[in-house]
Design a protein. Structure first.
Length: 224
């Protein structure tokens, strides 16, 4: 507990960065699992998916330790409640990555149409890009605080937030396209395959959704 208190004394975002590092590792591991899935390397995929689950547990433990260490007596540049809300949202990014990993583990896919597999891989890369940008955003928020909210550092933060929002908007379009593809080709797959594909897409989309939520909380903290 003492280590987190010391970090909070330096900046309210130092502990959040430590948590974000694990979240980043979680999504990067999922990216490897998804590529292995795409390539048909299911043994490697399974190992990576299990590692995603382990890393999400680590992120959860860090989250709880930070919560327990965040005393209301600590003087910070932002409200304690805002820090806790952001921490919860950042942790949800790792949760969403874990959900995707679980769906990858459920079954080995049959013959999936190449255009569908391509689209799932693209969705994964874009969603994970949004999650990686969340890490950049919280690191940048620490710079904003250390600079005394200088205009230049704030503008850099807004730039990262806009990037996250653009990626999330792109994912919405890809998600719609994937659903259309699945239903257009429903006669070429059984219901279980369609259900499996749509749930992988849903969980991938959730990663970018949670990343956008975290980015929006940073925007609100800067506006207070």
């Amino acid at each position: 507990m003492q280590v987190w208190t010391k970090l909070f004394a330096k900046s309210p975002f130092k502990p959040l960065i430590k948590h974000a590092e694990v979240v980043l590792e979680t999504v990067e591991t999922l990216e490897k699992a998804l590529q292995a899935w795409y390539d048909g390397h299911y043994g490697e995929m399974g190992k990576m998916a299990v590692e995603v689950d382990r890393l999400e547990d680590v992120a959860d433990r860090i989250k709880e330790e930070i919560r327990d260490s965040l005393s209301s007596k600590l003087m910070m540049a932002v409200a304690r409640e805002d820090v806790l809300i952001y921490l919860h949202m950042q942790d949800k990014v790792a949760d969403a990555a874990e959900d995707t990993a679980k769906w990858l583990l459920i079954k080995r896919p049959g013959e999936i149409l190449p255009e569908i597999k391509d689209l799932i891989l693209e969705m994964g890369r874009e969603s994970i890009k949004a999650a990686k940008l969340v890490y950049e955003a919280i690191v940048q928020m620490d710079r904003v605080i250390e600079s005394g909210f200088s205009e230049g550092e704030i503008e850099r933060e807004y730039g990262i937030i806009r990037e996250i929002e653009a990626v999330e908007n792109k994912i919405d379009g890809l998600d719609t396209k994937l659903m259309q593809l699945v239903f257009e080709n429903a006669d070429k797959m059984n219901w279980a395959e369609g259900f499996y594909i749509l749930n992988i897409a849903r969980t991938l989309s959730n990663i970018s959704d949670k990343a956008k939520d975290a980015a929006e909380r940073i925007r609100l903290m800067m506006n207070k």
